[in-house]
Design a protein around this ligand. Sequence first.
Ligand code: ADP
Ligand code: ZN
Length: 717
Amino acid sequence: MPVLVPMPADAPYSYSVPEGMTVEPGSIVRVPLGPRLVAGVVWDGDGGSVNPAKLRPIDHVFDCPPVGEPMRRFVDWVAAYTLSPPGLVARMMLRAPEAFDPEPWTPGLTYTGVDPGRMTEARARVLGLARDGLAWTRSGLAHAAGVSAAVIDGLAAQGAFEPTLIPPAPVVAAPDPSFGAAALSDEQQAAGAELRAAASAGGFGVSLIDGVTGSGKTEVYFEAVAAAVAAGRQVLILLPEIALTQAFLDRFHDRFGARPAEWHSDLPPRTRERVWRQVAEGRVQVVAGARSALFLPFRDLGLIVVDEEHDPAYKQEDRVFYNARDMAVVRGRIGGFPVVLASATPSVESRVNADQARYRRVALRTRFAEAALPDIRSIDLRRSPPARGGFLSPPLLAAVEATVGRGEQALLFLNRRGYAPLTLCRVCGHRFQCPDCSAWLVEHRFRGQLVCHHCGHNERRPDACPECGTFDHLVACGPGVERIAEEVVERFPQARTIVLSSDMMGGVRRLRLELEAIAKGEADIVIGTQLVAKGHNFPNMTLVGVVDADLGLANGDPRAAERTFQLLSQVTGRAGRTGKKSVGLLQTYQPDHPVMRALVSGDSEAFYQREIAERERTQLPPFGRLAGIVVSAATRADAEAHARLLRRAAPQAVDIAVLGPAEAPLALVGGRHRFRLLVHGGRRSDMQAYLKALLAASPKPRGTVRVAVDIDPQSFL
Ligand code: ADP
Ligand code: ZN
């Protein structure tokens, strides 16, 4: 039998099935591998041509529902598409080893119908609860009746209870599709009906909900969720920042009377295992999760929703490089069920798919209720520069003052953590750089540290320059959110100010509390990174100021304009969620840049058309295909030499060209030197076959050299 083990193996290994053991494709088993025992999945096919005498037997079959056929095909597909060993993809599916055994049943008690000889008030309370014959745990019953456990033991001794076993509790209650259906606007109604029909009909198809921020995309895709739940199918909702989506879980609860099961890396291990197991058993019907939730072993998945489908967080750039948005569509095609993508600023790829009618486009053009979109304006920093040493221009400061004066909230957005992105010595010009990366150290003043944002290296900020020894002449260059906060506190000492960024002390729990506090109006001025841009509803926020609207445009990424447009639309969309008039102000040195013009005019359509035309002209995705190859090694020479060997091994092809190698913009990361090749192909080119041929024709990486292939790269650093 072929068994796929969670290792970088290119194919399943063969094992024999001992007498008396039954397995089928999908069975989760334990097998010997070298000196160890590992968990694996029985795969399809006949298991290759290993000499039967050498076959080692499967050690154990877990009492676990087998991984279904669609999931196995999905693992194969992802492996083939991303050029990853199938074993590594399977590993993503097997991330909860303790869950392969069934959850234990809990010892409990049921009432026998026999009453004790002597009745006390405490005993009467206990029996009052237990008389209906349902099972209780000893401590649960004592607690509910408000008595000590000794009272329960006394009753048991008199024969009033007999022991029983209670099955494991569900991690979440069952959702009720008709629990709290919202009254939808006409526009929402029409969109919802379309999605509902697609979800009840089943069958593969992709819908793109393209709706301005605040138009109620969530309410609308809940219609599809309700239809799938009513049909008894399982549903997966992917969210880009699951750890911060408390508000989403509450909304789901309002709509369905129960929460979805959560799936992300911050879950306690025990909860993870229980969710995994109950998803496999089909007992959990709806999961809301991060990209890794795609690899949960759903028993009967019938719908996937990808919220904020354009979000770069859906791309995993580690081991198996995949985009969860794209893979969700693949999973829907394999499983034969509908997929819903939602965004106020769809990716160019999804927009083109909708324009070419491969996806159904469901547009929501107006904000819900009386909420109006904010009035967006740019502030030309060449004409209205900030005061010396500051980063906020006079018009922005005036707007903040007026907003706070009216008792409303202002958000200042800067997508840069810490205090300052660069520290240098004013005497000798020394710049603080990471010893292991080609990156400046970012000062984090609250923590008193200089930190590398690529590898996490950190050191105390010294008082003297390590180069020339001069004291007190180190200067911070440029702003991060902490520095903006300092400027705000200086200008508005009376205002209540909150800084939000992902490196804040106290982690996700503290962030959740802070976000709730802001929504309740407990802050006047919020200073935040992209964390605040995502999905939150702050009813009293009427001003969003973007400190550096040009920040994302600088790098050589072909998606820089698209990304900046998406991020700034999203962040300015935090303003004006209720009827109040609201404003978004963009501080920029390039007010004529197409991105700024699109934001100010509100004409996103023109922006998309221009961007799409440009991609078509340059044959960039989705009109062409890209793959990145990153070669890294302990020395620069080794990395460069191997990158050149790859280039030399590149076969000739009419519709595929290899560019590079070039030293990566991030030439050094975590002590490894990096070179990049970019493979550019036509829309119909077979990128995977080409890359396989290239890798097969090149020498195996030796020593410290490593080669990573990134299909559909998002990062070019
Ligand atoms: P989007 O995801 O498009 O930005 P949301 O789904 O978050 O929009 O909706 C924005 C706000 O409007 C939310 O507070 C939501 O509860 C509210 N809302 C939208 N549609 C309705 C509706 N039909 N009934 C009640 N509230 C709604
Ligand atoms: Zn570093």
